[in-house]
Structures are given as structure tokens and as C-alpha cells.
Design a binder for this molecule. Structure first.
Ligand code: CU
Length: 159
């Protein structure tokens, strides 16, 4: 039920973006960034922490990632901060669309395999297969966090 409502919000928001020529699609379509992976196929585990800093920023550590096309990665994510944070992996235009939706509907929760929200002190995993080369992003889309520095770049090299 919740998912359906969220999908409607997305549809409403996505239309003007689509009209402007973006190739962004809806849920259920193959994602440029790749697809959910399986742990058995993973060739690398990357540990990522999320936290606030003493000078008022919010960060992922590390915040740049280099992987290869067709590689499956386990992102082992820990929220080492005091606030809720999330890790969303996607192409940049989808991240920015999603960010705008989150600013309108801050209570929105994700159930997508490319995203995880963690309370303070919690850990979790995203297992992801990168099926295309290119540059993608990770971001925390809790309102205000992206602008406080909570984003990073994922470069997927050709094999
Ligand atoms: Cu955050």
C-alpha cells in the first residue's frame, strides 16, 4: 500500500522531468546502475560508515568508489552517527529526483534493493551487481543531509 502511494508521488514528480528529455523511467524498469546481487557472487566487500562531523557536515567514509562492470560488491554500511542516515545507490538524475521527493515527503521510506536506511548505531548491507560502466552516485536523502555533504561517487570501469 505504502509502495503504491510512493509510486504515485514519483509519477507526479517524474512527468516534467521526462518531458524535458530525461531517460529516467519508473519502477520495474532495469536500472542503469545495475541490479541486486547475491553474496555468493560478490568479489569485494567495501565498508562504508555514515556520520555527522564535529564541524556540521555529514559524510560517507569513503565517498569515492571504483569498481568494474559486472562486479558484485557487498557494501557493508554502518551508521556511526547520532541521526538516521541512508545509503541510496543510483544514477545521478534519479538521485536528484528522489531527493526532491524526500524534501516534500520526509517520512517516505525505501524498500528498494538499492537503498537502506539505518538508525544510529545500526549496520546493514547492500549487495549490488554493477551491470553498466559509467559514473553513479551514493547519497543520503534524508532532507538536508545531501546538502551537508552526504554523497559520493561510484565509478564503474569497463572490464
Ligand atoms: Cu544522512
Amino acid at each position: 500500500m505504502k509502495t503504491a502511494i510512493i509510486a504515485l508521488f514519483f509519477a507526479a514528480l517524474a512527468s516534467p522531468v521526462l518531458a524535458s528529455g530525461s531517460h529516467a523511467g519508473g519502477h520495474g524498469e532495469a536500472m542503469a546502475v545495475g541490479e541486486p546481487g547475491t553474496k555468493a557472487k560478490a568479489t569485494q566487500t567495501i565498508r562504508v560508515t555514515m556520520k555527522e562531523t564535529d564541524d556540521g557536515k555529514m559524510i560517507f567514509t569513503p565517498n569515492t568508489f571504483k569498481v568494474r562492470k559486472d562486479q558484485t560488491i557487498v557494501f557493508a554500511i554502518k551508521n556511526a552517527g547520532e541521526l538516521d542516515h541512508e545509503f541510496v545507490l543510483d544514477q545521478e538524475d534519479k538521485i536528484m529526483e528522489h531527493k526532491a521527493v524526500m524534501e516534500k515527503f520526509p517520512e517516505m521510506e525505501h524498500e528498494d534493493p538499492n537503498a537502506i536506511r539505518l538508525a544510529a548505531g545500526k549496520s546493514g548491507e547492500i549487495i549490488w551487481k554493477f551491470t553498466n560502466d559509467g559514473t553513479f552516485k551514493i547519497a543520503c536523502l534524508v532532507p538536508g543531509h545531501y546538502d551537508a555533504g552526504m554523497h559520493g561517487d561510484v565509478t564503474v570501469a569497463k572490464k
